[in-house]
Design a protein around this ligand. Structure first.
Ligand SMILES: NC(=O)c1ccc[n+]([C@@H]2O[C@H](COP(=O)([O-])OP(=O)(O)OC[C@H]3O[C@@H](n4cnc5c(N)ncnc54)[C@H](OP(=O)(O)O)[C@@H]3O)[C@@H](O)[C@H]2O)c1
Length: 310
């Protein structure tokens, strides 16, 4: 089966397609033929050798990226009780999603309702859990509060805008002008070009900042948070500096690391099936062009989600 791997950390051209042997199934395992795999910034950062992700796999190269996918059960191992051949499944995997097939324990993936598109299911897990946990568990967002969401058109941001609206918050969404119609279609109450300093200066303060950009950009957004307000900074690499700056300003600030939680994921899938929100997928690349997908995600200006297909 075809698989994208890196042999060493480096730029996007480190991703090469190889033919890997299919391993036999152990009791409780299923083989899933990938229809779509999600591409996330963590894939590219880890490929480049950055952050906690690269630390975790540095002694295990070659490594195949990919932490979320949607696919169909193509083989069932002994003692499997939940699924059968042909079932449509989605969810998080511990790497290796950039593969024609993955082998997982049956409890790792969840069913896709018949009304949900393959592509939406493929792009939901990582960004969806991050948005939900950032807003609710870490951000403690309440109905009636104002929340500022920079990178609102991106993978996490476009889901966070819709979820925050569903929670009854007023959403201030930042994006470049080309994304304003998209951000309005997501239900954002105020849509602002983050490059427009004059307009940014007139923004009414918010209760919660869900910082999806980090670094100096995240720090510059702190001035828009009400005295005593809350900050959740999502990019891990710059979390310490954003938290320190926020605390100096008297704000309550925390970083976060998305937690795998299939109960929450099943809830989000149910909301997706009920059209409470949708997953935007802007580009789909063949597996062999994973390097182009990584260049796009590294541009920092992706709308919604990027997917790979075999
Ligand atoms: N801690 C965790 O567990 C966790 C989980 C998931 C993601 N993350 C991190 O969270 C961040 C966001 O992830 P993502 O998947 O949403 O990324 P993404 O899809 O690549 O985000 C792209 C978006 O960023 C916007 N953007 C770029 N520069 C901006 C700026 N200066 N101000 C405001 N918006 C800006 C772009 O908007 P325009 O195109 O309109 O300019 C684009 O819509 C990444 O750093 C990722 O690694 C962390």
């Amino acid at each position: 089966m075809k698989q994208l791997v890196i042999q060493a950390f480096g730029d996007a051209d480190q991703l090469v397609q190889v033919e890997s042997a299919s391993v036999p199934l152990q009791p409780g395992q299923i083989r899933v033929r990938m229809h779509y795999a999600g591409v996330n910034p963590i894939d590219a950062k880890t490929r480049a050798g950055l952050g906690w992700g690269a630390q975790a796999i540095k002694d295990r190269l070659p490594w195949s990226p990919g932490f979320e996918l949607m696919g169909v059960v193509c083989e069932v191992g002994p003692e499997v009780t939940r699924y059968q051949l042909g079932d449509r499944l989605f969810g998080l995997v511990s790497g290796g999603g950039y593969s024609e097939e993955v082998v997982v324990d049956e409890h790792e993936l969840l069913p896709v309702p018949s009304s949900v598109l393959d592509e939406m299911a493929a792009g939901l897990s990582l960004a969806g859990l991050t948005a939900w946990q950032g807003l609710t568990e870490h951000g403690k967002l309440q109905a009636g509060e104002r929340v500022l969401i920079p990178a609102a058109a991106g993978g996490v941001g476009h889901l966070a805008v819709q979820m925050a609206k569903n929670l009854g918050a007023t959403v201030v969404a930042l994006g470049s002008i080309g994304n304003h119609a998209f951000l309005n279609s997501l239900g954002a109450d105020e849509v602002i070009d983050y490059r427009d300093e004059a307009r940014m200066a007139t923004m009414a303060p918010v209760d919660l900042l869900l910082d999806l950009v980090g670094g100096s950009s995240g720090i510059s957004q702190l001035s828009h948070v009400k005295p005593g307000g809350r900050v959740v900074t999502v990019p891990t690499i710059t979390a310490d500096e954003v938290i320190a700056a926020a605390q100096q300003q008297g704000l309550t600030a925390t970083g976060m690391l998305k937690r795998n939680d299939n109960e929450q994921l099943a809830f989000l899938m149910q909301e997706l099936a009920e059209d409470k929100f949708w997953v935007e997928f802007s580009q789909i690349y063949p597996l062999a062009e994973g390097n182009l997908a990584h260049r796009q995600i590294e541009s920092g200006h992706t709308r919604g989600k990027l997917l790979l297909m075999p």
